[in-house]
Design a protein around this ligand. Sequence first.
Ligand code: NAD
Ligand code: UDX
Length: 479
Amino acid sequence: PTKVRTICCIGAGYVGGPTCSVIALKCPHIKVIIVDVNPDRINAWNSDDLPVFEPGLDEIVKQCRGKNLFFSTDIDEAIRQSELVFVSVNTPTKTSGMGKGFAADLHYVEASTRRIASVATSSKIIVEKSTVPCRTAASMRTILDANSNSVDEDGSPISFQILSNPEFLAEGTAIRDLLNPDRVLIGSLDTKEGKMAAGALREIYENWVDGSKIYETGLWSSELSKLAANALLAQRISSINSLSAICEATGADVDEVAHACGLDKRIGDRFLKASVGFGGSCFQKDILNLVYLSESLGLKEVADYWQQVITMNEYSKSRFAKKVVQTLFNTITMKKVAVLGFAFKKDTGDTRESAAITLCRYFRQERALISIYDPKVSNNQIYLDMTEPGVIDDGAAVRSQVAICDNAEDACRDAEAVVICTEWDEFRQLDWQRIYGRMKKPAFVFDGRGITDANKLRSLGFRVHTVGKGPQIMDPIWA
Ligand code: NAD
Ligand code: UDX
């Protein structure tokens, strides 16, 4: 296989940054250059305040930066130097044109591919790291073949091999997931050259991942597996969240139901935590992508099946928001509602598709006064997420309606209700007695993550609603 001495990663985001930092850590003999079109992001990667918060990431970057790990905006030079190029750019859902609202916007992937083709002066292995629709590698190959220089500086023909190597890390646990992945998936063409390229990538991972965990497949299986894995994971959450609605209506306890089901080894106990709804930049986007793919293949029933996972997630969020309003005597207008947690899950500062955004928008429409606290999300990001795009002067309106606090207790002061949106560890250790003393009465807690001890809170005087836990109504027959 090609000896890889230098790796370039196009896209210094949540995936490219941590993934290639770990490669640099584990492969001191390889030079890793992470590039991006966004100079602010690159400057941040070169500073003490990294643009991505992940437990353990700072230490790795500090250890490798300037030695074999570099962050740069000089994309062309990095491509030229490398034998292997990761394409780890964003692939958001299209907001206009064909497939609007469903299809993945591939123009960043295409732009990166064209760039590689036009500047490469030697043969390269191109690795799709971004999550892309099935058969994207075929389009990349066509673009590369049609646009590249045909010979290198020595007159030898230039060739490109394309691999699919989807990333399965979850935010908040990215470093742990990268250091100890369940599997590494490498898709290649079933040709001698394709297999050799896969071998070169395998060799890189084998610096720290056991060879038995590296699974080589065809290109299309690899691309589809990424969409499939996210769809299956999200489906579990929508399934448990649908059951939480039944629990609330019957007095069953969703944690007990999840535990009872999870004891069956065929089902397993992970990823069955009922919540206010899933968020994050991947689940919704990738399912919509799968729905679009199914539809474009004429598989309407398949598309409808996966669409339902999203529909159930939207329902989970709106059902929870309605519960808040109904419980607060059907109006939250001018009432102070404290929102604890704004990130889409704990241990990340990322708010993309966070359930908290949907809930806060709902509360804004009801004209509540919202006070928000999150340990990692910046104030600017919260204001940005709360502002309705296209609405004139909404920025000022948001600032008059939404206050951002430095800690949970300040957010809860004088509030009528506390709404827990993110399962940050520190919310498990709040001094609820003190919080209760400073809230309006009756004081309500809406726990969208099932992290509080509801009975303890009730003993302090709170009225508590936990997702998936119904009122323990005594049936007259049993009373
Ligand atoms: P991101 O938005 O954080 O980062 C993408 C970066 O690519 C941005 O900094 C952007 O400026 C840069 N970029 C875009 N076009 C470029 C170009 N032509 N040249 C150079 N840089 C360019 O996105 P992300 O969260 O890192 O996701 C990247 C891909 O990985 C997506 O396809 C996503 O679906 C997939 N993925 C994400 C996660 C996750 O947890 N975030 C997990 C697995 C897979
Ligand atoms: C996901 C996949 O897990 C990862 O493999 C893929 O590479 C990217 O997408 P991520 O979105 O970062 O990772 O986080 P994840 O832990 O999957 O959580 C997604 C959302 O589901 C979060 O909002 C989380 O709070 C929610 N969730 C997760 C639940 O509501 N219940 C659960 O049991 C698990």
